[in-house]
Design a protein around this ligand. Structure first.
Ligand SMILES: [Zn+2]
Length: 87
């Protein structure tokens, strides 16, 4: 199961927007072809597309850094910001 669904319980992928995902989660992208997973700069994405934008729309703009694929890449969660827990 994708860790994205732990961050946003009870929502299907197509219904999730950036606003639904708590700030403490590090977002990443997953390539549907080669399964490469890498972190993305969610702050930059949210500035550009808006925090209310749904992941499925913004995912169209993702490009895989491993194989160059630009088709049907998905967002996922790659980790948590530990600094938020320490302060
Ligand atoms: Zn790839």
């Amino acid at each position: 199961m994708d860790p994205l669904f732990d961050a946003v319980p009870g929502k299907a992928y197509y219904a999730i927007s950036f606003r639904d995902i708590p700030e403490t989660y590090i977002l990443g992208g997953r390539c549907i072809l080669c399964r490469h997973v890498g972190p993305v700069d969610r702050h930059r994405i949210e500035l550009r597309h808006g925090a209310g934008e749904q992941l499925r729309y913004v995912g169209r703009h993702l490009r895989c850094l491993a194989c160059g694929n630009t088709v049907r890449n998905h967002f996922t969660v790659v980790g948590c910001y530990l600094t938020r827990l320490l302060t």
